[in-house]
Structures are given as C-alpha cells and as structure tokens.
Design a protein around this ligand. Structure first.
Ligand SMILES: Nc1ncnc2c1ncn2[C@@H]1O[C@H](COP(=O)(O)OP(=O)(O)OP(=O)(O)O)[C@@H](O)[C@H]1O
Length: 248
C-alpha cells in the first residue's frame, strides 16, 4: 500500500512569491488523484514540493505509511535534457539504481527486468537508440519503463500525456491503472477533464489555493472551474508571502 499525504497550510513558491498558497488537503493511501487547474495554478510546484525538490515557505507535507521514501517523480518533458548521450536501455536501467546501486554491473535477472519493462511499454527493439532520437511519445514510454523498474510506492506524474498520441496515452493509462490496482499512491498533473473524469477517481482542483478536493465528479463542476479561472486571473504575480493561516 502506498503512503497517504497531508498538506497543512502549505505555501510553496519561488523568490518569496507564492505559487501554492495555504493549501490544506489530504490524499488517501493507495489513491489515484489528478491535480488540475488553470495554467500557472501551482500544479507542477505542488509536485516539486512532494518530491522534496522545493522546500515549503510555510506549513508542511506529511507523507505517512509504508514506503514513504520510495518516491518516483516524472517531471514535465520540457524539464528533461534530451541532449544527454544515453541509450534507451541505459535510461530504463536507471530505474534499478536504488536496488542495484549506480555503478554495479547488472545481473542477468536485472537485464530481464529491463527487457520486461521495455516490452511492457512497447519499446522492444529500441534498446540501442539514443534518447535524443526518440519521438515525444517514445520518450514518454521510455520514462514509464524506468518508472516500472523504480517500483515506487508514491508515483508523481507531471503532465504525462502532454503532446503524445491517443494510442500511447491509452497504453500509459493502462500502466497507471495497473499501479493503482497494486495500491500504489499516484498523483498526476492533468489538463484534460474528460480524461480525469474517466480514469482518475480523485481530484485536487488548484488555483494557487485549493478550490476543491474529493471525488472527481464532485470537484469538476462548472461552478468550481469558473471559480478556479477567476482566482487565477485575479492573482497578483508579484504578491509576497502573506501571513494568513500562520499560527499565532
Ligand atoms: N523556477 C521558477 N522560478 C520562478 N517562478 C516559477 C518557477 N517555476 C514556476 N514559477 C511560477 O510559479 C507559478 C506556478 O507555476 P507552476 O509551473 O507550478 O504552474 P502549473 O499549474 O503547473 O502551470 P502549467 O499548467 O502552465 O504547467 C507560475 O506563476 C510560474 O511562473
């Protein structure tokens, strides 16, 4: 079972400007949650906070339960340097680092694991290709194969289906459903509300602050979406960290 998460008065930001503001919400252990909201709503920032690549200005994120340290984070494709000279095989094999160490040779069993992950994402035969030569969809499949090997209990996906075709999205959604069946906790930043309604039981609707949190059908109402848009439009980009919600 993956861990549960609690956000308590969480404020995250950059250069003292808040991007996620006074967030209070919970994510259940083993749940499949979409984080959605307008552009600039703080969705990627929230994932960075959970992945611990960004420390809170205020409040905290508690990750509780077994395997709370086994976090896999898939950043947006635009954040990944594809000019790095590495093959598909090596990129996927990096998913085993935690288990085998970065500099140890792979045993036969590990090699079978890498092959299995490549087969699972439909990339058999691509082993020797450099990642710089892949299409966007093939790169995303490569990154999902690496996630398969990471065997994490908390999986963070930032816009995993941006700029990929329907077939690839459907294949990757099946992998996500498999992880959900294995009771891992999965959090994905998404923009397609129909996709969220169909495949993600829980949603956090964010617009710097929390708009709504709960079952996707209850969260993704016209009323909430309008409120999210209004909040984002009204937000002052230059606002500093405020003291609202700060303990006296
Ligand atoms: N590294 C950074 N330095 C300074 N400001 C940043 C940085 N990253 C994001 N921001 C700002 O923080 C705010 C939230 O950005 P974030 O990327 O979290 O939004 P998002 O909801 O993921 O947006 P999108 O849907 O466009 O990807 C934006 O105003 C953005 O300009």
């Amino acid at each position: 079972m993956g861990p549960s998460l609690t956000f308590e008065n969480l404020t995250l930001g950059y250069d003292r400007h808040p991007a996620v503001h006074h967030l209070n919400a919970t994510i259940d252990a083993g749940s499949l949650t979409a984080v959605t909201g307008p552009n600039g709503a703080g969705k990627s920032t929230l994932l960075k906070g959970i992945a611990r690549s960004l420390a809170p200005y205020e409040g905290k994120i508690s990750v509780c339960g077994q395997g709370h340290n086994r976090i896999a984070y898939l950043p947006q494709q635009s954040d990944i340097d594809r000019s790095f000279p590495v093959t598909v095989w090596d990129m996927v094999a990096m998913g085993l680092w935690r288990r085998v160490g970065a500099f140890r040779r792979l045993k036969n069993m590990d090699k079978h694991r890498v092959e299995g992950a490549l087969n699972a994402v439909g990339l058999a035969g691509f082993e020797k290709r450099s990642i710089g030569s892949l299409s966007g969809g093939q790169m995303q499949r490569t990154l999902f194969a690496r996630l398969l090997l990471q065997d994490a209990s908390l999986i963070l996906l930032d816009e995993p289906f941006a700029a990929i075709d329907e077939k690839t999205a459907a294949d990757l959604l099946r992998l996500i459903a498999r992880w959900h069946g294995e009771k891992r906790t999965i959090i994905a930043v998404l923009h397609d509300f129909d996709q969220v309604r169909e495949h993600f039981p829980q949603t956090i609707l964010l617009s710097r602050e929390l708009v709504a949190n709960g079952p996707s059908a209850d969260v993704l109402t016209e009323r909430n979406l309008t409120r999210a848009r209004q909040l984002c439009e009204a937000f002052d980009e230059h606002a500093g960290i405020c003291t609202r919600g700060r303990a006296a």
